[in-house]
Design a protein around this ligand. Sequence first.
Ligand code: GLV
Length: 311
Amino acid sequence: MKPDLLLICPLFPATMAQLDAAYTVHRYYQATDKDAFVAGLAERITAAATAGHEGMSVALMGKFPKLKIISCFGVGVDGIDVPAARKLGIAVTNTPDVLTECVADNALALVLATMRRTVFNDKFVRAGNWLKGGAPLADKVSGSRLGIIGLGRIGKAIAKRAEAFGMKVAYHSRNKQTGVSYDYYDKPLQLARDVKILVVACPGGKETERIVSREVIDALGKDGYLINVSRGSTVDEPAMVDALVNGRLAGAGLDVFVAEPKVPDALLKLDNVVLQPHVSSGTHWTRAAMGQLVVDNLAAYFAGKPLLTQV
Ligand code: GLV
């Protein structure tokens, strides 16, 4: 008999295949009558899997009194109230480290594509506009001053890449970090004033909601670029759109949005933004490694072994 597993939302297909092989998977997202689905499983479920952003509500956790682990696909677990889960005796695991390099790579890709207008220029060539004359000039990347909000694993990997471009790196995080030589700012506003490129790489959730406020966006200013690879919630999106539309911000490279997959209409019309469908970790290697961690954490739980990556 395979153990039962509650699956809250669809995951990477290869990961779901692994889960199906090891467990009897009960797909919450496919249930038409959610109450009946939950009632039928309430006493049997000890383990759940979900994506960190979609998470699992406290109300739903409370309906499974024997639930002991939520294994999340993704490093950010903003869709889960971790302290509340802890109080209910539920461990939460995520997928750190394996995605750090790809997220940092994509952050730099967004810096380059936005400042060098790579997507605009691609369209320019395809539309035959080159035959009529040269493209408008872009902005220099190398040697620019780059600020990072959130100097965790991903922020540090972004900083390392930025250094290779001769950039001067500064950062804001809750606390000054030891062992790094980058300038520390205890306020995002001051950081934004002093840099050309501001990259958001902190976790989502209540603590960082709109940490890139209207004031921060205005401080970055008409020559500044905003890059977001964290969560849409970290930026005052209407203020950012307003600044981009009205030329008070030079450009933005965005992988995440407040109501994704919906993207504000105004952004779709702008040439100074590069838009991505939340794919910073979206490479074959990384998604497989993230899925393996989801699977391995569940296997550790069912084997009574220590969890690999508990939040
Ligand atoms: C992706 O957004 C993640 O949190 O891993």
